[in-house]
Design a protein around this ligand. Structure first.
Ligand SMILES: *[C@@H]1O[C@H](CO)[C@@H](O)[C@H](O)[C@H]1NC(C)=O
Ligand SMILES: *[C@@H]1O[C@H](CO)[C@@H](O)[C@H](O)[C@H]1NC(C)=O
Ligand SMILES: *[C@@H]1O[C@H](CO)[C@@H](O)[C@H](O)[C@H]1NC(C)=O
Length: 472
């Protein structure tokens, strides 16, 4: 009884200490957030494809008295919904010897955020002392952020899109000086919002320099321009990677592809499309490039109808490029579903770590160039008899386990399922699946094969006997 009470008191004291500690840390960050200022901000927004890339360089100064270990990045809620990648690095050294050290970036909450601003907190490697400056390089990528307008176009029309943002960088800090550059794919701009000074030079818009802007300054801008790049979006990609310890890895990828640009209206004229390829159906696409791992073999590409032969495979020792061509060119709103399959040598992707543990090391993202995947499902089918699978993925994914049975299987195969939304080519990093494997299971398959043969033999003998007995 007394022991229980003492335990309770200890727990209470711990809880109290913890709450004081967490409040204290909250105090530190909130005070430091007001004491930082941005001396210079340079933002480069790349709108040349349908995937929006933003490079932001922030020179930050600590004007307070206490050291700051975190820097906040602010986003309007509409952008956070489309944010696929957000990375930050700190630069060290000058000019030629410049190095980039990656930093941790995590979503965070800030009380009383104006207009539902969303925040991410960048953890600095070394706290920034009073009067010190640091330069942060931030990269973020937005998908589905170019809105086709008009929303429907005919075959002979160009595709025009809207991009919305702010002329000023949204930030909880005071910004002394800032400039934004927007790059567009062609010199055809219908219109753009002016926030003086605003300049235009063929394929680039320059907003600023703006001086001395208060925290949360925001000036909405709208840029209306031509973008005829393929808006290739895979609504769902299911990639199945099957490991066989007998020498190979089989990969099957199911794609449901859509052209996410302005919807096609009117009838499609193949004659016009083929005779005037530069003006007719400019935003449509005929083929896509897939960068597969080197040393692929047994490549196939098929849809519901059957094999599609109009694909070209180029391989060298570093990479394999597969040019896939659906049966018809894809116009806005049109879809195509297909399967790509290939084999890979086991020794390129399967390794042994410590005793008894093996691991697969494979690329995560989609192999199609310049493509957004709304939902990517990676299934790693482990050999029969594998145990304790543990995936290691460099970003947050949903995980679950399934079991798959194929012929000759006794207990079924463990399938590690990884699922991620909003995937862009920057996600083509390697991930690993570690598992334990008992060598005895290597014999399971040949054993089953032998048994199958034996049964077949017995059946044939029986059949012949029956046959004979009838013919007698
Ligand atoms: C919040 O939104 C309103 C209306 O859109 C706008 O007038 C105001 O300036 C915004 N406030 C901040 C701090 O951005
Ligand atoms: C399709 O291609 C695969 C691989 O090349 C081949 O095994 C299969 O027989 C082909 N199917 C048809 C219907 O041509
Ligand atoms: C996985 O493969 C990549 C590319 O070959 C390599 O850089 C990385 O170190 C490998 N990771 C592990 C854990 O083996």
């Amino acid at each position: 009884m007394e022991a229980q009470m003492r335990l309770g008191r200890v727990a209470l004291a711990l809880a109290l200490a913890f709450s004081i500690f967490s409040n204290l840390s909250l105090l530190v960050t909130s005070s430091s957030s007001q004491d930082l200022q941005i001396v210079n901000a340079e933002r480069r927004i790349d709108l040349t494809s349908h995937i929006v890339k933003v490079f932001l360089t922030l020179k930050i100064e600590n004007t307070g008295t206490s050291p700051a270990s975190e820097v906040l990045l602010a986003f309007p809620p509409t952008q956070v919904d489309h944010l696929a990648v957000l990375k930050a690095a700190v630069t060290a050294g000058k000019r030629k010897k410049k190095t980039y050290l990656p930093l941790d970036v995590n979503p965070t909450e800030v009380p009383d955020a104006p207009n539902e601003t969303k925040y991410f907190s960048v953890s600095l490697l070394n706290p920034l002392n009073k009067g010190e400056t640091a330069t942060l390089e931030v990269l973020y990528i937005l998908t589905h952020s170019l809105e086709p307008f008009p929303a429907e176009i005919s075959q002979s029309e160009s595709q025009l899109v809207y991009y919305r943002d702010s002329a000023e960088v949204l930030s909880p800090y005071y910004i002394k000086q800032q400039t934004t550059f927007i790059r567009i794919p062609s010199s055809k701009i219908e219109s753009f919002t002016k926030v003086e000074p605003t300049n235009r030079a063929s394929t680039e818009l320059k907003y600023g320099p703006y001086n001395d802007r208060a925290p949360y300054s925001f000036s909405p801008i709208l840029v209306h321009f031509e973008n005829n790049n393929p808006f290739a979006v895979v609504e769902e990609l299911v990639r199945e990677v099957e490991i066989s310890h007998w020498g190979s890895i089989q990969v099957r990828e199911h794609y449901s592809l859509v052209h996410a640009g302005a919807r096609h209206k009117g009838v499609f004229s193949r004659v016009e499309y083929q005779s005037r390829p530069s003006v007719s159906g400019a935003p449509s696409f005929r083929n896509l490039l897939a960068r597969l791992p080197p040393r692929v073999h047994s490549v196939y590409y098929r849809d519901d109808i059957g094999n599609i032969s109009s694909s070209h495979l180029r391989t060298d020792y570093q990479k394999s490029e597969l040019e896939i061509e659906p049966r018809y060119p894809l116009f806005g709103g049109w879809k195509a579903t297909f399967v790509i399959g290939y084999g890979l040598p086991l020794q390129d992707f399967l390794f042994e770590s410590s005793e008894g543990t093996r691991y697969l090391n494979f690329s995560f993202g989609c192999f199609l160039v310049d493509t957004v995947v709304d939902k990517l499902i990676v299934k790693v089918v482990l050999p029969e008899g594998s145990k304790d699978p543990s995936p290691v993925v460099p970003f947050a994914v949903e995980q679950r386990l399934e079991t798959k049975y194929s012929y000759l299987d006794v207990v079924g195969r463990t399938v590690v399922v990884l699922e991620k939304k909003n995937v862009v080519p920057e996600h083509n990093n390697h991930f690993q699946v570690y598992y334990k494997f008992n060598q005895i299971f290597m014999l399971a398959e040949p054993l089953m094969l032998t048994i199958a043969f034996f049964l077949f033999f017995v059946a044939s003998v029986a059949y012949i006997h029956i046959d004979l007995s009838i013919s007698k």
